[in-house]
Design a protein around this ligand. Sequence first.
Ligand code: BG6
Ligand code: MG
Length: 218
Amino acid sequence: MKKEIAFIFDLDGVIVDTAKYHFLAWRNLATSLGFEFTEEHNELLKGVSRVRSLEILLNIGKVTISEEKKQELLVLKNTEYLGYVNKMTAEEILPGINNLLNNLDSNNIKYALGSASKNAPLILEKVGLLNRFAAIVDGNDVSKAKPDPEVFLIGAQKLNMKPENCIVVEDAIAGVEAANAANMVSIGIGDAQLLSEATYVLKDTSEFTTEFFMKIIN
Ligand code: BG6
Ligand code: MG
């Protein structure tokens, strides 16, 4: 009998490209604080929680502010970000993902979401994928951020699967590290050098072909 397996997906950068919206919102915040925030800076925020992202951004601008002001800025940033998210549609699902989910469904392989984003359910709803996932673990459910394995371990538990039988799809280094720490197979999406710790690396989601899928599950 074939071994039972499950998939756990990161959201941002794997299912949809929301990094561009995070970037717009963080850049506007930096501008209002009087410093420049570039796309290179934005790379540092991938896979990182909202609170930690603000800390990194303030460090870049060498800005020190009160705890109260930080809370205010977090709300401001998220409000702008939600403005972009609310306009999202199924068109924004990254190439190869619909095909992959269809392949999983037709092979009766369960899949969960394991995301650092507190906005994950809303984003999935906007792109019409909310009801496809057997379980959703998001930024509201975890106390420890990636590279801690918590998010994926909770995902495995919700799917009733052993960690070693789970396959994680991730674009962030911290996410690949989290999958490895959870003793799961990892598929990195992005630069092979950056994601060298992943079990497999694909340049982008369009490389997630049915052929590759069959190789992975067999
Ligand atoms: C991660 C993104 O998925 O979610 C990060 O890669 C983001 O860039 C984090 O900061 C938290 O997202 P949110 O939606 O809760 O602000
Ligand atoms: Mg990601």
